[in-house]
Design a protein around this ligand. Structure first.
Ligand SMILES: Cc1cc2nc3c(=O)[nH]c(=O)nc-3n(C[C@H](O)[C@H](O)[C@H](O)COP(=O)(O)OP(=O)(O)OC[C@H]3O[C@@H](n4cnc5c(N)ncnc54)[C@H](O)[C@@H]3O)c2cc1C
Length: 562
């Protein structure tokens, strides 16, 4: 299976799609996985050795899946009742087929490494109806109490097009968009690094908002305000304004905010699918072995302590279990190493601890309700339009998504998806209070729409910053954070550390360059797998080098400290 096909048309243009390849560390994880030789080999004497994998989200499951394949024995720890972490898809009471995607709900097709595992788990995907995307029948933009209905962006008033053009211009003039996107399409690492490294040095200190405010095309406040509402891709970016502009550029250049698919039946099926996956290509374990079988069905409970002992790592769990491992991969939010998981300075190099302390998180809340049917597809007798549309608003709900599985089955409305300050407004409210605070705003936008009449059962809601095993939704670097991010990301390269500092690997969303996108969590898990492989004296296969083998050439640029 080849995952990447750059093609040149007759006029010489590159027709390969943009993918989340690079730009900080442009290693082709998708090709590494697709290679028939596999990821590598560990020496036979290491076969069956236990490796702790802390966290049963997608990063933990990918790491455990690949360690099992290599012949090691991953021992998975998970604090929650269910596996999946922020791939979290509970169903409504009495309606197992109707789910609320409380965490990840839409995946860019540019996430080629994640899609490798989606295919491996045999999961079906379908386009997600983002506002103004081809999969959304219609969208309403509600700004300052005025609504605009449109099927495509072209149907919005011209000021929206002007704002979109201003964004393109700002990217082109201040962030070399065409040049870097061309390099990403061609996987031209040299050009990509030459451009991106310059952008990192120039823009790391700028917030998203400063980038806009400094751009001549955004000199009008009105443009910045509208952009904060509608933005690009999924829209509603103003709560992201304080973050580093580099975070946004990675998303734009990698086409991460476009062409989204949802996993039919819920995203949690992916980590669960890897847990249950029966392998037939194993280096050591009997044919048909799965992670679930190795764990007799259940992961070990939450980790309470992690300590170094000599060259090993002692992991204690809340059930009283204590084991020493030669290697451990930690995938939860790193913030938890400062709070719920007891450890000490020796676990990480001191510079990494500073980076852990500085890690900044977005907050996020979601409110879902179940409806008896997708009533919003009924036509408004006056306008002839669907009764409700995907909605972006500057009021309480911020983003509204209408999700259905056909006219005769219950429908699901994501009544509200909010970040940061907007999420905090929801935090003190009960599930019902959240619904009651949001519905009036929708009733104003859609007067007469009988939303409440169609809601059945109780809402399902979440505020991630309140969840004890997460304490934040996803990492988002602030201006000036590049150096910290680099320390966490590159910690899997441990050859220069003393033997008693090795063996503990960070992976997951926090370590990734693209926090808030599962693709980044997956690729950092693969870095950790490479690190463990090397720790056991293993090697990658000839012709299929791993991320650490190419590190010297691809390493993220180092910015000066003085
Ligand atoms: C609101 C929201 C929306 C998102 N939307 C998208 C999206 O649309 N598309 C996309 O690609 N990505 C999205 N993401 C990001 C995506 O969900 C994450 O990148 C990915 O799921 C992170 O996986 P992970 O394994 O790194 O971390 P997690 O999923 O957090 O896994 C870590 C696991 O560790 C467990 N844990 C915590 N403490 C302990 C302990 N002491 N012992 C043992 N286990 C412990 C946790 O319970 C958790 O299961 C979203 C995230 C959020 C929160």
């Amino acid at each position: 299976m080849t995952t990447f096909h750059p093609e040149r048309s007759e006029n010489g243009a590159i027709s390969a799609p943009l993918t989340m390849f690079g730009p900080d560390f442009p290693f082709p994880y998708d090709d590494w996985l697709a290679h028939p030789g596999g990821l590598g080999r560990v020496p036979a004497e290491a076969h069956g050795t236990e490796v702790a994998v802390i966290g049963g989200g997608i990063a933990g499951m990918v790491a455990a899946h690949e360690l099992l394949r290599l012949g090691l024995r991953p021992v998975v720890y998970e604090a929650e009742q269910d596996l999946g972490g922020r791939m979290c898809s509970p169903s409504f009471d009495g309606h197992p087929e109707a789910i609320a995607e409380l965490g990840a709900m839409r995946f860019p097709t540019a996430a080629t490494t994640l899609f490798h595992y989606i295919r491996e788990a045999g999961l079906e995907t379908k386009p997600f109806p983002n506002p103004l995307s081809p999969s959304a029948p219609s969208t309403v933009i509600d700004l300052e109490g005025r609504e605009h209905w449109a099927r495509t962006a072209a149907e919005l008033p011209s000021i929206y097009q002007q704002v979109s053009d201003a964004w393109d211009k700002a990217l082109q003039e201040n962030a070399e968009r065409s040049a870097i996107e061309d390099a990403i399409r061609r996987r031209d690492v040299r050009s990509m690094k030459a451009i991106w490294n310059g952008l990192v040095a120039r823009l790391d200190d700028q917030s998203f908002y400063e980038f806009l405010a400094n751009a001549p095309s955004f000199s009008a406040f009105r443009y910045r305000e509208i952009f904060g509402q509608v933005g690009f891709g999924t829209g509603g970016w103003d709560t992201d304004f304080p973050n580093s502009i580099l975070e946004i550029l990675r998303v734009v250049f990698g086409r991460a905010d476009d062409d989204h698919h949802t996993i039919v039946g819920g995203s949690r099926q992916l980590p669960e699918g890897l847990w249950r996956h029966r392998h037939h290509d194993l280096a050591y374990w009997p044919d048909g072995t799965s992670l679930a079988a190795l764990h007799e069905g259940h992961p070990r409970p939450a980790v309470s302590h992690i300590d170094r002992c000599g060259t090993g790592i002692t992991v204690r769990d809340i059930g009283g279990g204590s084991r020493v491992y030669p290697a451990a991969i930690f995938t939860p939010n790193v913030r938890l190493l400062l709070t719920k998981v007891r450890t000490d300075e020796r676990l990480l190099p001191r510079q990494c601890w500073t980076a852990v302390e500085r890690t900044h998180y977005m907050g996020a809340s979601k409110v879902f309700v179940l409806t008896d049917r997708p009533f919003w597809q009924d036509k408004d007798p006056v306008t002839g339009r669907d009764m409700l549309s995907m909605t972006l608003t500057d009021r309480a709900p911020r983003s509204v998504y209408l999700l259905d599985d056909g006219p005769d089955r219950p429908g699901v409305i994501c009544l509200s998806y909010t970040w940061n300050d907007d999420s905090l407004k929801q935090l003190p409210l009960t599930d019902e209070e959240r619904m009651d605070s949001i519905l009036p705003a929708l009733e104003r936008i859609y007067p007469g729409a009988p939303i409440r009449e169609h809601v059945i059962g109780k809402p399902i809601t979440v505020t991630w910053e309140r969840e004890p095993n997460f304490n934040g939704a996803f990492k988002a670097n602030l201006p000036g954070h590049y150096r910290y991010q680099r320390r966490l990301y590159t910690h899997f390269m441990q050859q220069d550390l003393n033997a008693d500092q090795r063996g503990f690997f960070l992976a997951g969303d926090d370590v990734s360059w693209t926090g808030g996108f599962a693709e980044g969590a997956v690729t950092t898990a693969l870095n950790a797998v490479w690190g463990v492989l090397r720790q056991f004296g293993g090697t990658t296969c000839a012709g299929n080098p791993g991320p650490g083998d190419l590190f010297a050439d691809l390493a993220p640029v180092e910015l000066p400290m003085d």
